[in-house]
Design a protein around this ligand. Structure first.
Ligand SMILES: Cc1ncc(COP(=O)(O)O)c(C=O)c1O
Length: 230
């Protein structure tokens, strides 16, 4: 999804992995909050994500879901917050460490309280709007974007078919490094990725945004080096 906007068929990947007894850990950073995701039906081992994209919070907060109880998982780093037998006065002891039995064992310090509150509000908002509604919205905007790109003769790096493409991520096959600069000077933020320029849409994106992007792109193709244009 990150480099080309492809929608991965996680359930079929997990089914294949299960045949070979391979664990599947999903990084859902690009899709959470934007595409319906049900960890209970995907057959995956674990899913991890930050919350600063589709979950609408500031950076610095993430979470993990595991199919098995976390008590079987040792954390890479251990901090006071993860220790079950830590002293209340925080004085270190030589007693063997007992990790907390739950997800607290992964905490490594103070909490990002502002982001946690923001996440609560964001989840209420996303629930009220509905993830399927958000997916349909970005997919419709994606159709508009693809039609405009076709008119300009600009290719997509990833798949076009709705069942294979992420509804909200479109990578256009233009790699001229002048283009992101051109767009950012006009208030449009695009991410250069491996094979092109990534356009990311969200619940707040509008049809007018797509029109504005396409008219900037039309002018960019006239003024910036066109050697990359298909
Ligand atoms: C696919 C993917 N994974 C993970 C992250 C974030 O990772 P971290 O917050 O650990 O830097 C991003 C971007 O923020 C991403 O696009």
């Amino acid at each position: 999804m990150f480099h080309n906007g492809q929608r991965n068929d996680i359930a079929s990947i997990a089914a294949l992995a299960a045949e070979h007894d391979v664990a599947v850990v999903v990084d859902s950073m690009q899709s959470i909050g934007l595409v319906p995701l049900d960890v209970h039906t995907l057959g995956i081992t674990a899913l991890a994500s930050g919350s600063h994209k589709g979950l609408l919070t500031p950076q610095g907060l993430g979470f993990m879901w595991t199919a098995q109880p976390v008590s079987a998982l040792p954390p890479t780093y251990v901090a006071n917050a993860g220790i079950g037998n830590a002293r209340a006065d925080l004085v270190a002891t030589t007693d063997p460490i007992k990790l907390r039995p739950n997800a607290h064992r992964f905490e490594i310090g103070n909490f990002n309280i502002a982001a946690i509150h923001a996440l609560g509000a964001a989840l209420d908002l996303l629930d009220a709007v509905g993830i399927t509604t958000i997916e349909e919205h970005t997919q419709t905007l994606g159709d508009q974007l693809i039609a405009g790109l076709d008119d300009l003769g600009v290719d997509l790096v990833g798949p076009r078919e709705p069942e294979h493409r992420a509804p909200h991520i479109y990578v256009i096959a233009l790699t001229d490094p002048a283009l992101p600069v051109y767009f950012s000077e006009r208030g449009v933020r695009l991410s250069p990725v491996r094979d092109g320029l990534r356009i990311s849409l969200g619940m707040y994106s509008t049809s007018d945004d797509i029109d504005q992007f396409l008219s900037h792109l039309t002018r960019a193709l006239e003024t910036v080096s066109t050697s990359e244009v298909a």
